[in-house]
Design a protein around this ligand. Structure first.
Ligand SMILES: [Zn+2]
Length: 468
């Protein structure tokens, strides 16, 4: 090994103080950027967008897509111009990896041949095939740590608190990025138990109890499982434990149920390995504030790509305003959300999204109305007459082959009067979703085989018989 070989030390790789002025961590973020006027935020976004677009002009993935669309980087001056640019999806990232293995041509960096840099690599959660990698420069990584810490601060986590994280600690970014956010930028203490595969659930509970954990971070299904193991198997009442804050990505899960199990407040958040933490609940928990100095979010009709009005559901496109490696411009992240309206009592000025209602490739256009099957689940939540399990079936029907959706829902036990449940939900779905559907009420467990509930974690909510 040559004595002159250069080792790029992390601490020397970055002007940290300049970075913190640009992207304030808590608590200063909440006195500054968080309260900027809409015009100030827009100006900052336009400034950062131009830098990102110029950066993308150097990256083969974007050169190819934008050339095909007849766009030059100079055509984009403001966030309003973004709509001129093509969006891309996960399938395009996979295609990029096939073209330029092993890491694709979307990152614009090369650890082997580029300038010496202390890289770190994390991946998407990926369920099939190889996970999708993202390389982080020190600057990219620090910004994601700052964003994670803003989310923790908004949930009330403060210096000295113990924060137990139940995300897996491996390639998938959720666990390690939480550790960095807690450790570097919140003053709290990360307690990295990892998932149930790293630390058995019973031990997780013993740790939380003995060490007086104040905040739990994890996915709703696992945190619910933890509470039930504590309560039903270990005879430890989770409500009596010291956990008062739960940080999670709720999706369509039931916030109230999780809060009651733990006697804790649940704070929703929205992040992805490709983009970092994009939005999080504030103290009001009335929609997640987007971190608008680092992300520009569009919500569009999945079919037409046109922006939907405030309050209406559509698919999320994200544009990152801070990245060097793997910048993201109009990434169709395939999640469904809607902008929340009105101002927020917390004093934060950044726009809010209502939550994540499901995957947009599940959307059904039913007689001109966009219907997301996961929205049905939300409407069933908390009704003791049903198990909460449901399945939507779409098929052509009648002489005109008009498209009809049947929603199958399960009763919780044999004593429930099915006719009343059917009438209630036919009315409810029509009122809430704006289109008529047929409800078919079935016995508990009858949908197991169709949804895959007892066999797989990938639960099926839609059977579309229109597709041959
Ligand atoms: Zn707020």
């Amino acid at each position: 090994m040559a004595a002159t070989a250069e080792v790029p030390y992390y601490y020397a790789s970055l002007d940290f103080e300049a970075l913190w002025r640009e992207f304030p961590p808590p608590p200063s973020y909440f006195d500054t950027t968080y309260r900027k006027s809409a015009d100030e935020i827009r100006a900052l976004q336009n400034h950062r967008l131009k830098q990102q677009v110029a950066r993308c002009g150097e990256i083969p993935f974007y050169q190819r897509h934008w050339r095909q669309a007849g766009i030059k980087p100079g055509d984009v001056q403001t966030v309003d111009d973004l709509r001129k640019l093509p969006s891309f999806a996960v399938s395009d990232l996979r295609d990029s990896i096939d073209r330029a293995p092993p890491f694709g041509d979307y990152m614009g960096v090369d650890p082997k041949n580029g300038p010496p840099t202390p890289w770190v690599m994390q991946t998407s959660g990926g369920t099939t095939g190889l996970p999708r990698p993202i390389l982080y420069t020190p600057r990219d990584r620090e910004v994601t740590g700052i964003l994670g810490a803003r989310r923790l601060f908004m949930a009330g986590i403060r210096a000295g608190d113990l924060v137990q994280t139940t995300h897996s600690l491996g390639l998938s970014n959720a666990g390690l990025s939480t550790r960095e956010a807690v450790w570097k930028y919140s003053g709290a203490v990360p307690v990295m138990t990892g998932s149930g595969a790293s630390t058995p659930t019973r031990q997780q509970i013993e740790i939380a109890k003995a060490w007086k954990i104040r905040a739990l971070i994890g996915f709703p299904a696992y945190l619910r499982h933890m509470a039930l193991v504590a309560r039903d198997e270990m005879k430890i009442d989770p409500r009596e434990m010291s956990v008062r804050i739960i940080g999670t990505h709720l999706g369509t899960d039931d916030r109230r149920e999780l809060e009651e199990l733990w006697n804790a407040k649940v704070y929703d958040s929205y992040g992805a390995n490709e983009a970092g933490m994009m939005a999080a609940d504030c103290s009001e928990r009335n929609g997640m504030h987007i971190f608008e100095d680092t992300h520009f979010i569009e919500i569009v009709d999945p079919e037409t790509g046109a922006a939907v009005p405030e309050g209406q559901r559509g698919t999320v496109y994200v544009t990152c305003l801070f990245k060097h490696a793997a910048p993201m411009i109009r990434f169709n992240i395939n999640d469904v959300s809607a902008f929340a309206s009105g101002t927020c009592a917390c004093g934060g000025t950044h726009r809010r999204i209502q939550g994540i209602f499901g995957r947009s490739d599940n959307m059904v256009k039913l007689r001109g109305v966009n219907v997301f099957p996961e929205a049905i689940g939300t409407l069933l939540g908390g009704d003791k007459r049903t198990t909460g399990e449901y399945l939507c079936v779409v098929e052509p029907s009648g002489p005109s082959s008009r498209e009809e959706m049947t929603v199958m829902i399960e009763t919780s036990d044999g004593s429930v009067e099915k006719g009343a449940v059917q009438a209630h939900y036919e009315r409810r779905f029509k009122d809430a979703l704006g289109v008529k559907m047929t409800v078919q009420v079935v016995d508990r467990g009858a949908l197991d085989q169709l949804t895959g509930l007892t066999r797989t974690s990938k639960i099926k909510r839609l059977i579309d018989k229109r597709k041959k």
